[in-house]
Design a protein. Structure first.
Length: 209
């Protein structure tokens, strides 16, 4: 899977271990998710195009590098994806934000759309989907299909943990996207939870369980 990038930076791996701990409070969980998202943003944006600009330092004129103006949209998959948005915005404050609402039918494990609001110029932007867990791949495929339906052409996704089965399913359906994750875990279980995983990211973020 050439388009799958595991971000193995020591700080990210340390914080991920803290996230996995069932005793981590919702407050600490939220802070850790934000911090990991910010650190992963460095990797997701590593290949943004640059251009030369002339500036004047206090000493002399020189030519420096600046972002070439590539527009970005961050699109969280509700609700857990919201926890990663602020960390991304810390580094990309001018990004526009969209929202995709999908819930998983607990019997079929298939995604059901209930909300979709995207920037009107989504087709001209690099889209970064935020979704802490990529488990069965159903919700992610649903989100990608919605984005493509609305004209998105360049799509990346960022995750805390992924199941190998879900990764394979997404890459088979959408080999054109780039995936960034802090870890690839063992599998997902019979009810669609990643093993060892970190539990229900939404519940742990918002203290609803």
């Amino acid at each position: 899977m050439n388009n799958v990038n595991v971000v193995s930076h020591p700080l990210i791996q340390h914080k991920l271990t803290m996230l996995r701990d069932k005793n981590t409070s919702s407050k600490d969980f939220r802070e850790l998710v934000r911090e990991i998202a910010m650190l992963m943003a460095y990797e997701v944006t590593r290949n943004l195009p640059l251009q030369d600009i002339e500036i004047e330092t206090p000493i002399c004129k020189t030519v420096g590098k600046a972002l070439a103006g590539e527009d970005i949209a961050i699109v969280p998959v509700l609700r857990a994806g919201l926890g990663m948005v602020d960390g991304m915005l810390d580094l990309i404050p001018n990004a526009k934000i969209g929202h995709i609402g999908l819930y998983r039918n607990e019997e079929t494990l298939q995604p059901v759309e209930y909300y979709c609001k995207l920037p009107s110029d989504i087709g001209n932007r690099t889209v970064i989907i935020t979704e802490p867990m990529l488990s069965t791949g159903g919700s992610m495929n649903g989100a990608i299909e919605l984005l493509k339906k609305h004209g998105a052409k360049k799509i990346k996704s960022i995750h805390l943990v992924c199941a190998p089965e879900g990764l394979k399913k997404v890459m088979e359906a959408h080999p054109d996207i780039e995936i960034y994750t802090a870890a690839i875990d063992e599998k997902f279980n019979e009810i669609g939870f990643i093993v060892p995983g970190l539990g229900d990211a939404g519940d742990r973020l918002f203290g609803t369980k």
